[in-house]
Design a protein around this ligand. Sequence first.
Ligand code: HSE
Length: 307
Amino acid sequence: MSKITVFCPATIANVSCGFDVLGLALDSVGDLMTVRKSTEKGIRITKIVGQELPLETEKNVAGIAGNALLEQSGYQGGFEIEIDKRIKPGSGIGSSAASSAGAVWAMNELLDRPFSKLELVQFAMQGENLASGTAHADNVAPAIFGGFTLVRSYNPLDIVPLPTPSELVATVIHPQIEIKTSDSRKILKTTISLKKGIEQWGNVGGLIAGLFKSDYELIGRSLEDHIVEPIRSILIPLFGNVKFNALEAGALGCGISGSGPSIFALSKGMETAERVAQSMKETYTGIGIPFDVHVSRINTEGIKQIG
Ligand code: HSE
């Protein structure tokens, strides 16, 4: 095989209580990427459609992540990458992660899979480092592993794939304002009180137990974030209203997707998720900010070959 086209899913990082450690992959939103083997050494980004992004390898997250893999591979040739960028940068649904993870996943396939998924996450994290100044793994891990993932530890990197209850559906509203992850990280406090820690790790444990038990009520009770959400939500117009209305419409829980401005809700069943989508649209209609709303099942497969 000398060429591959892949679907690179959007992802929801943090999932409320799990700042930098929890994430999930979506099914209905993502980028397309075509990667070709070439005899010329190095990575070349030959085409990007959909968004204005740099073609220079060193300035593009796919180029940086791809180079990290290439350096470890011993492969003497190179790769050409074409990106159909459907996830807007700065949207909070893992735009940089989709490019970083998609590039290394596709290259690994073309080289007959010399690397494990964990190693691919490590390469893709280099792209995240370029995008946000931090090599966080909570978007690239679910993109590569699929479903929900936990970053149990960063040093050494330890990723735990988690089960996905079959009726869980995500609704995401993306208000079309850009919030850079690097900026929304700068406003966070670097210390938390023991009281807040206790609340947060109780919720992380509860959410994970809820996923294992397919206990939707427990999942809902655990989708709480008393540390990051109160600070970042200030940057998102009508966050409180969207959340209140989503919960009224039957969502199990609602919070900021990644570093925002997207807001996500998880629901049991498609019907409720659609009702939540309607409530989000109604909340944002008429305020002068364009938005997209996505309803998606959880993508348990992650990045996949489509051509
Ligand atoms: N955990 C990261 C953050 C995700 O919240 O800054 C960014 O998508």
